[in-house]
Design a protein around this ligand. Structure first.
Ligand SMILES: [Zn+2]
Length: 141
């Protein structure tokens, strides 16, 4: 549920955009959001990010234990590291790919889906377009 610290995140997802908390002094991104930067104590605000990143880690949920997702098992729950900053990771689901085909390091892009049973949109990630993946895999060419 949105609260004063996360309201801007949910407002952005409702518009189909991803916004992450960022220090207005040193520029460090942080998620989950904080009122003050843990590095420099500066004030923070939400800024839009590209929604591109890589799968940092993941599990395959095979047990139908989570309401709203019972009919979607198996599905992938992942930490996606966003391109904006090393270590800036978002817990999410990976969609549009069979769970056995998900790999750490896979390039992914955000999209937004309705939260089952709620009035919110949540970010999920799907494999990036092949053109983008080739660029990333072979940056020297
Ligand atoms: Zn800072």
């Amino acid at each position: 549920m949105p609260d004063p610290d996360t309201r801007a995140f949910w407002e952005a997802t409702a518009d189909g955009r991803l916004a992450v908390c960022r220090c207005q002094s040193c520029g460090k991104w942080m998620h989950p959001p904080l009122e003050r930067c843990r590095e420099c104590g500066g004030t923070t605000a939400f800024e839009y990010v590209t929604g591109s990143g890589v799968v940092y880690s993941f599990i395959v949920q095979r047990q139908p234990l989570v309401a709203g997702y019972v009919d979607q098992t198996p599905y992938v729950v992942a930490l996606v590291e966003l391109d904006e900053q090393p270590g800036l990771r978002l817990p999410t689901r990976i969609v549009g790919v069979d769970p056995p085909d998900v790999t750490c390091g896979m390039r992914v892009e955000a999209e937004f889906v309705d939260l089952p049973g709620g009035d919110f949109k949540v970010p999920v990630f799907r494999p990036a377009a092949a053109r983008h993946a080739l660029t990333t895999l072979r940056p020297d060419q």
